[in-house]
Design a binder for this molecule. Sequence first.
Ligand code: ADP
Length: 174
Amino acid sequence: MANEKRAMPNILVTGTPGVGKSTLCQQLQERTGFEWLDVGNIAKEFECFDGFDEVYGCPILDEERVLDEMEDKMAEGGKIVDYHSCDFFPERWFDIVFVLRTDNTVLYDRLVQRGYSGKKLEDNIQCEIFQTILDEALGSYKEDIVHALPSNSADDMENNVEKILQWLEHWRNS
Ligand code: ADP
């Protein structure tokens, strides 16, 4: 379904935990003035949880409730949404989708640094190896708005910010 053009676009930044979504979104927020919506934080703020996952040691997201909390904000446009999954958002919300990708060894070190171990660590590394989130994005949004971006180094991060700013400039002029 084609989006009617908003005054400002909405951007989705997704990818396996640890690939650099928050770091990129923070920079984008500073450079664009767009509002960064961290779905995990919204869920915490509005208590959008439905039980507890004992295996991963984290609360289970109540997707419907978090979508309800986000709907009015998304309608305003100018939002950057950050989450490690992407198939439950309405397709109409986003004008562009970026999937950050990180090499396994680099991601492994970042997740160990974050305190992940055992099954949680292994599953997240497998998720990246099998490009699960990229496939999820390609299955949920039009392929031409889904872009995979490498996120291994500070240079990659800077290139990604520049690429997204260029896209935004192009969007504004189109
Ligand atoms: P996510 O939000 O995807 O879970 P974070 O933004 O929290 O990931 O990043 C995880 C860790 O990796 C942080 O310590 C961050 O500084 C580092 N990091 C993220 N992206 C990069 C990058 N492109 N190059 C180097 N380090 C990065």
